[in-house]
Ligand binder design. Structure first.
Ligand SMILES: [Zn+2]
Length: 860
């Protein structure tokens, strides 16, 4: 099975690679000269190549680049080439009169454009000095937009990069500067040349040119620098400390020193991703590491540390050892995510108390992989053009989760021993999934490959069902694939996993484990059992209704289960409720066991479920009853910690208050609304700031309960806030759409059509607007039915972002059909998942309306 998978997947890519592999690059000598007047660049390169078999044709990757001349240099001879392009394959073919062979140097001159997409070579704007610079971003396959190259991760080569830029600019690349001297007679330009890199993949080459200040830490002899905008150095001090500590952490954990002589981070405004791990020159979203110290919430500090640790971890997993095939990108990303989580908790052990991994990794992985439209971790690439869509929750979140599971199977100590072996064995080279299994099997003496292949080569995950067996002391546990719509295809019915099951009996504290490799098995204990103890497994558990109602209810209520188990039991139960296996009233009744829950991780997971139920019930007669049910569920906890922050509040309390305050505020609970209005008034008068973690809850409560005057104040605040106050701006963005009056909703919608908010912000706003039935209809009338607006949106490309953001808030089969048929231009992968979500919600609404009508009447 394992071998078959391996063959299958390499076969798909080998077709693409075939011709490229005839030529092996050994060194790229590259010179770039950007022009900041007309936003083009000139480049020249000399690629030292080994020609595997003599050929008249050399095919090289090349996109949106014009090659002016190309020749092959060998000994003292030069052979000119004719150049032709294949747009679809993103290549240029160099045709020689006679076959070329052996070793030689390809010499090319070319020009290209500095684009605005962060794909290839892009221009960047420094707004404080009103000048342009440029930066590269090549992953996955955009190096070919900056220079003709053999653009495949397995074709590693060394790089000697030079750049010709104005004297006053800072130029950075993967390696330190080897020389910097005036360019020709022209004294306003300089030529900066960088040292040669170790062998690396094309997607990791990097350049950044701009106007920067920096802060520095020394790691032994190696400088670690954060380059930031002029005047912002103080605000990246924290990130610099984290970067240094993270490098030290990974060196020790992985037992391999950081390879390059320096590591720089360079900040970018409006970067479309969080960060990119280019070897020695990490590019990072400015908002992620520049802190306005007194406005930063825990969530953002955590995110910042995560990104810094993630990109640094990549210097080993990804840069030093690189996956051979893009279809195994998980080897880069899943591992790196796992390592960065470990690093974060090692650097900030106090954050373990509010471990966001459960909600932000495990639950997100479950949701993404519970869809029929999901894909295996090691995927089959259908076409090269959608490669970047695989940098998704399956690759990162499920990827991280199954590595965590694997590390628990063999024990962390053994796991890291295996990982170190794998990294050392493949350093400066490439690896495949099987290489990892081999290393882990070697150290653990366990059949890791056999177990893990069922997790990486199959999409979806198992639901483990616990039922009574005929024997008095045994429980039957069985597995089947889980999909959130509850409908298994014939193919899905046959799927089977090797499931490492960790369990504990209800009365005993000792953890036990078994491997469930068949469709069912038995656990024989004298007591009832809790499965997936510690929530390490990437599978869902379903117990009998009787067990939910009695044993589990009491264990949760009495807090006799750890936080991880209180979390996973609720998360699993809501998933099986959505799949139609449990009625919605049984689910809500079970939630009452959490009435005094005071762990922010558990409450966050409950809140996520409640928010989804609220969405489907909006516009039904049950809405009010549901709001009251929620208030009764969550209010006791809020009462116990108080509405107003205290100096002595720990992190858990601060986060707990923020979650419940926001939910109850959105549900119009009077004491919360009153407190929010008081906080907001003081904030506006400038007398007092709102506690950073609570700010969003206060803004959302105001938006959802405002009088005209308060709405106007909130709206003005939003319209006038600069992007530089990223955190406050983001809190306003997340909330302004919760406004309730028609005239106000229209005002906010109109703002989304202007350039005063960017596309990402507008999507968040539209999503909030469309969470209420009134807002949904108004947004629909404007964005879908108004032909003029539609036409304008289509021109600005905002259309493909706005339409799914709106449609996915509908819990309606009719709207799903309308979306599917009416919007063919929306990207296929995101459309499929949105459609499934809409259909699943429609089914949930259908059974919930009858399930809940009796139960929620009590709460009207
Ligand atoms: Zn990454």
């Amino acid at each position: 099975m394992m071998l078959l998978f391996a063959l299958l997947f390499s076969a798909v890519e080998s077709v693409e690679k075939e011709r490229l592999l005839d030529v092996k690059p050994e060194n790229y000598d590259l010179t770039f000269m950007p022009n900041f007047e007309n936003f083009t660049f000139f480049g020249s390169e000399e690629i030292s190549v080994k020609i595997v078999k003599p050929t008249k044709f050399i095919e090289i990757n090349c996109k949106e680049i014009v090659i002016h001349n190309a020749l092959f240099h060998q000994s003292s001879d030069e052979y000119l080439a004719n150049v032709s392009y294949d747009k679809e394959r993103e290549t240029a073919t160099l045709e020689f009169e006679n076959a070329v062979s052996s070793f030689g140097v390809l010499k090319l001159n070319f020009t290209g454009f500095l684009n605005d997409e962060f794909r290839g070579f892009s221009r960047i704007f420094f707004d404080d000095i009103q000048r342009y610079g440029a930066v590269t971003h090549f992953e996955p396959e955009w190096a070919r937009k900056a220079f003709p190259c053999f653009d495949d991760p397995s074709l590693k080569a060394t790089f000697q990069i030079s750049v010709i830029v104005p004297q006053e600019m800072t130029a950075l690349s993967n390696m330190p500067i080897a020389s910097s001297e005036p360019y020709n007679e022209n004294t306003t330009l300089k030529k900066v040349s960088f040292e040669i890199t170790p062998p690396m993949s094309t997607y990791l080459a990097a350049l950044a040119i701009g106007y920067y200040d920096y802060v520095e830490r020394m790691h032994g002899e190696k400088p670690i620098r954060i380059y930031t905008f002029v005047g912002k150095a103080k605000q990246v001090e924290f990130a610099a400390d984290v970067a240094l500590r993270a490098i030290q952490y990974f060196e020790q954990l992985l037992d391999i020193s950081y390879t390059l002589p320096k590591l720089d981070f360079v900040t970018i405004h409006n970067f479309t991703i969080g960060g990119m791990e280019n070897w020695g020159l990490i590019t990072i979203l400015a908002d992620a590491i520049i802190f306005e110290k007194n406005e930063t919430s825990f969530k953002n500090i955590r995110r910042s540390v995560d990104i810094v640790a993630h990109e640094i971890a990549h210097q080993w997993t990804g840069n030093l050892v690189t996956m051979s095939l893009w279809s195994q990108i998980w080897l880069n990303e899943g591992f790196t995510s796992f390592l960065s989580s470990k690093c974060v908790f090692s650097l900030f052990p106090q954050w373990k108390k509010v471990d966001t991994t459960f909600n932000d990794v495990l639950a997100v992985g479950f949701d993404a992989d519970g869809l029929e439209s999901s894909h295996p971790i090691v995927f089959e690439m259908k076409s090269k053009s959608n490669l970047s869509s695989y940098f998704d929750a399956i690759t990162y979140k499920k990827g991280e989760s199954i590595i965590r599971m694997m590390s628990k199977i063999i024990g962390e100590k053994t796991f890291f021993k295996g990982l170190r072996l794998y990294l050392k064995r493949h350093q400066f080279g490439n690896a495949e999934v099987n290489d990892l299994w081999i290393a882990l099997e070697q150290v653990s003496k366990k059949p890791i490959g056999e177990i893990m292949n069922s997790w990486v080569h199959q999409k979806n995950y198992p639901l483990v069902e616990v039922t009574k067996s005929q024997s008095q002391f045994c429980l039957k546990i069985s597995q089947k694939a889980f999909v959130i719509n509850g409908q298994l295809s014939e193919k899905n019915k046959k799927l089977k996993w090797h499931i490492p099951i960790v369990y504990k009996t209800a009365s005993d504290n000792q953890m036990k484990w078994m491997l469930l490799s068949n469709m069912f098995g038995y656990i024989c204990e004298r007591d009832e059992i809790i499965l997936n103890y510690g929530a390490f497994g990437f599978y869902r558990t379903k117990y009998t209704l009787k067990m939910y109602k009695k044993t589990l209810y009491e264990l949760v209520k009495q807090k006799q289960l750890s936080r991880e188990n209180r979390f996973i039991i609720q998360n699993d139960l809501f998933a099986v409720t959505k799949a139609g296996d449990i009625s919605t009233d049984d689910y809500l009744k079970f939630l009452t066991a959490y009435r005094a829950e005071n762990d922010a991780v558990v409450v966050q997971s409950i809140d996520n479920s409640l928010s989804e139920i609220d969405l489907i019930l909006s516009n039904t007669e049950l809405e009010n009853g549901f709001h009251n049910f929620t208030i009764q569920l969550l209010k006791p906890t809020l009462n116990s910690i108080g509405l107003t922050p205290n100096d002595g509040d720990d992190l858990n309390t601060l986060l707990l208050r923020a979650i419940i305050f926001k939910r109850l505020g959105l549900f119009h609970e009077s004491s919360v609304v009153k407190e929010a209005k008081r906080e907001f008034e003081e904030y506006l008068s400038g007398n007092k700031k709102i506690e950073n973690n609570l700010r969003q809850a206060v803004f959302c409560t105001i938006a959802s309960n405002s009088n005209d005057e308060e709405f106007d104040a909130l709206f003005e605040l939003f319209k006038n806030i600069s992007y530089k106050r990223f955190e406050v701006r983001n809190d306003l963005t997340q909330c302004i759409g919760y406004t309730q009056k028609e005239i106000q909703i229209n005002k906010v919608l109109q703002l989304c059509l202007t350039d005063q908010v960017n596309t990402k912000e507008a999507m968040a706003i539209i999503q909030a607007i469309a969470s209420s039935s009134k807002g949904r209809q108004l947004a629909y009338n404007l964005l879908v039915k108004d032909e003029k607006v539609k036409e304008k949106l289509q021109k600005s490309k905002k259309f493909i972002s706005f339409i799914p953001a709106l449609y996915k808030q509908f819990s309606s089969v009719e709207k799903a059909i309308e979306f599917e048929e009416g919007f063919k231009e929306i990207i296929a992968s995101s459309k499929a998942s949105n459609l499934e979500t809409m259909r699943t919600r429609a089914a949930l609404l259908l059974h919930s309306e009858s399930d809940l009508s009796g139960y929620l009447r009590k709460f009207q």
